[in-house]
Design a protein around this ligand. Sequence first.
Ligand code: SF4
Ligand code: SF4
Ligand code: FES
Length: 320
Amino acid sequence: MGAKRQFKVWRGDETGGDLQDYQVEVNEGEVVLDVIHRLQATEAPDLACRWNCKAGKCGSCSMEINGMPRLGCMTRMSSFEENETVTVTPLRAFPVIRDLVTDVSFNYEKARQTPSFAPPAGVAPGEYRMQQVDVERSQEFRKCIECFLCQNTCHVVRDHEENKKAFAGPRFFIRAAELDMHPLDAREDRKEYAQASMGMGYCNITKCCTEVCPEHIKITDNAIIPMKERVVDRRYDPLVWLGRKIFRRDQIEAGTPGVDAVSKEHEVGQGVNWHREVPQPQTAAVGDDGRLPISEITFDKAGGPSPFGDDLTFPLPPRA
Ligand code: SF4
Ligand code: SF4
Ligand code: FES
């Protein structure tokens, strides 16, 4: 029989709750979810906790352990000191249903609003062909298990409920990036859409989402930063600038395929999911020199290779 260890588990529902103390037996090799299961089997049979695979693959058992967003089934008890009290609380960014179970439907609303794969014209399903190199470029993003730990961690919504209407969150920025680098996707406005309608402008690249991702997806380095930089690049492209000077805005938009579709889809998305008065960041938050203020990058881990290619390093050098 293993030694007893000290736990604090949040118990309650949407009307309120508190941390409750438990002493639970812990055996070698166990994870936090094992302890929750032992609690359910002994002194707290009504303790609510969502889980499914117990293998880090279903993304259900997201919780906060000693204040850190983590998967309960992948957090070994051996990672804590023997005399350390382990505190288990529900995800903070989403409304509590009961005990450790939260209502994560915010994420499903955002998934519904994210434009899906746009099939190429003139190619029937079953005839799609991709090079292996293109499959591999976005493979990292397809590892997402939708645990929503990144969504829970992002300070844009974690402490600011009011931002949820306008901000899709890191999980959906990687979805936009994945489709953006898909060679058969017919939409060419993924980055602009992410910036204008998914709230990517709110992200100030703190990299907290990357830090908690159990699939080690380089959310910020490989998805958000390349998309942000390229939106800015396009915005400050001298040819685009010249075009704007020569043509009136309505002429440009009338002749730009996809713009109408984007705004219509955006309207539909709002109508379906949210009421109207949604604050929408319309432009990248750039300085006079056309560059993003990315001075907030403080993360000390090196990023992986960019799936957008090795021709860019960030931050970009100042324009001549
Ligand atoms: S990098 Fe952006 S999306 Fe990720 S946690 Fe920070 S602000 Fe949120
Ligand atoms: S990107 Fe990572 S942290 Fe975010 S939902 Fe997917 S697996 Fe979870
Ligand atoms: S139970 Fe499936 S990820 Fe933890």
